[in-house]
Design a protein around this ligand. Structure first.
Ligand code: FCB
Length: 480
């Protein structure tokens, strides 16, 4: 049991080291309390919102039920060779039928907020036109269950499952018809659900689905558009966001809060000198020009227009005004640093350094919100997603000891606490994800969940990170 030590040797070693600690602690420090009692846990603000997140296509399943139309992800995942493990999300977590149990899992975490998404093709199977009479029934049930359990719903309207009909008819986001259709859908949902949903995210990760879906052909709808057309699609997405904000304000109850969730091109100062921090602020504006900057500033940066040249999007002054409709909050999805920045004597005053071999960089969750708050003068930021996949295996005793995830979360939350303790206005945190689910092109091969899911039996099992997160949430603090 004690490996190469005998029981007696072990006792002797343990005794000696205990004595060593006691001696040095006494001489170095006059506080009579044991060291372990003197460390203060690092607290978060009193009303900090702890939550977790999922999205419709990744968990719901039931793709043919209650009049749901097809989405571009149904088509894409059924196209051979697109998904790493050849899977699709026809069944996924079967959350459509198991939502009650899943709300129970959220409750067990002790969190008070849940970010989920609404499937547009359930509500408008053809993208526009007549709403499906049963389209919102599932969300009605889900909302009631959440509220009954004291969990505040945060709804996302677009987490990538565009109605296939819109893709077929007008080329999806290649047309501003889709921006308008999105606003109509947003207004309809707002009218129907804002008696219970007080916070709405319009679009999730515009940067990701535009570049991956319309530029590189990796995600649905799998297009590889030339730059000018890609920039135009990008423009229609931010326009769709702005129109949706206006529709929600027009049709939702007073007091409904609206924002968006973006995977900010997250920049970190390579070395945190004032010059590099300033350079990182400039870089953040430029590297997010097509999404965050235009939404929050109402104009495309000079750098973006200059760089795009003839491929710049076509737009009107009126559209820019719509795009910049005021938001109540900004959601940042933060997983890993994307750029390390240093100051430069040459124009534009900053430079991107070669990326380090290790992708670990928990300080990104400190810098990204700090810099975003400064350059765009934000007062309410949510970390709308953060988390990690890991090699989660069932151990011989049937448990999942996902210490990689625990380590990841401990480091990120330590940096997040550093941000809030300095007054960076991060008001809440949504851990991605509640449970393992369909991870897009990786199928079921990448597991991001706090709960392990057996996709054959649909059994949910808390991983070790559930205990970790529950403890952080309960104490509103990180560290012991
Ligand atoms: C984000 C997506 C989310 C999930 C996580 C891992 O980019 O918004 O759906 O795939 O990554």
């Amino acid at each position: 049991m004690f490996g190469k030590f005998s029981r007696r040797q072990f006792a002797r070693l343990a005794g000696l080291s205990a004595l060593g600690i006691a001696t040095s602690a006494r001489s170095a420090d006059r506080d009579a309390r044991p060291v372990s009692d003197r460390h203060a846990a690092a607290g978060f603000p009193k009303d900090f919102i702890w939550g977790t997140a999922t999205s419709s296509y990744q968990i719901e399943g039931a793709v043919d039920e209650d009049g749901r139309g097809r989405s571009i992800w149904d088509t894409f995942s059924h196209t051979p060779g697109k998904i790493a493990d050849g899977s699709n999300a026809d069944r996924a977590n079967d959350h459509y039928h198991r939502y009650r149990q899943d709300v129970g899992l959220i409750k067990q975490l002790g969190v008070k907020a849940y970010r989920f998404s609404i499937a547009w093709p359930r509500v408008f199977p053809e993208g526009t036109g007549a709403p499906n009479p049963k389209g919102l029934d599932f969300y009605d049930r889900l909302l009631d269950e959440l509220l009954h359990n004291g969990i505040e719903p945060y709804a996302t309207l677009y987490h990538w499952d565009l109605p296939q009909a819109l893709q077929d008819r007008v080329g999806g986001w290649q047309s501003s018809d889709t921006s308008k259709a999105f606003a109509d859908y947003a207004g309809y949902v707002a009218q129907r659900l804002t008696d219970r949903v007080k916070n709405i995210f319009t679009i999730n990760e515009a940067g990701r689905f535009v570049n991956f879906g319309y530029g590189w052909g990796i995600d649905a709808p799998g297009l590889k558009l030339p730059l000018a057309e890609l920039n135009q699609a990008r423009h229609h997405v931010v326009l769709g966001h702005g129109l949706a904000v206006q529709a929600i304000r027009a049709h939702g109850r007073g007091g409904t809060k609206v924002g968006f969730a973006e995977n900010i091109a997250a920049c970190v100062p390579a070395i945190d000198t004032p010059e590099n921090v300033r350079a990182t602020e400039m870089a953040t504006r430029e590297l997010n020009a097509g999404f965050l900057s235009v939404i929050l500033e109402g104009q495309y940066t000079e750098g973006f227009l200059e760089y795009s040249g003839a491929a710049a999007p076509k737009f009107t002054a009126d559209e820019l005004k719509i795009i910049a409709s005021p938001n109540d909050f900004v959601g940042l999805n933060i997983y890993a640093p994307q750029f390390y920045i240093a100051a430069s004597d040459k124009k534009p005053g900053w430079t991107v350094l070669p990326f380090p071999a290790s992708r670990i960089g928990p300080e990104v969750i400190y810098w990204a919100p700090r810099i975003a708050a400064k350059i765009w003068n934000l007062d309410t930021i949510y970390i709308s997603e953060n988390g990690t996949s890991s090699e989660d295996k069932l151990a011989a005793d049937g448990q999942v000891y996902d210490l990689d995830r625990v380590m990841f979360l401990r480091n990120y939350l330590t940096q997040l606490q550093r941000a809030t303790s300095e007054g960076v206005p991060v008001r809440g945190y949504f851990l991605w994800s509640l449970m393992d689910n369909f991870e897009w092109i990786f199928g079921f091969e990448q597991r991001f969940g706090l709960y392990h899911v057996d996709f054959d039996t649909q059994a949910r099992l808390p991983k070790m990170s559930v205990s970790f997160y529950r403890d952080v949430v309960a104490r509103n603090a990180i560290g012991a």
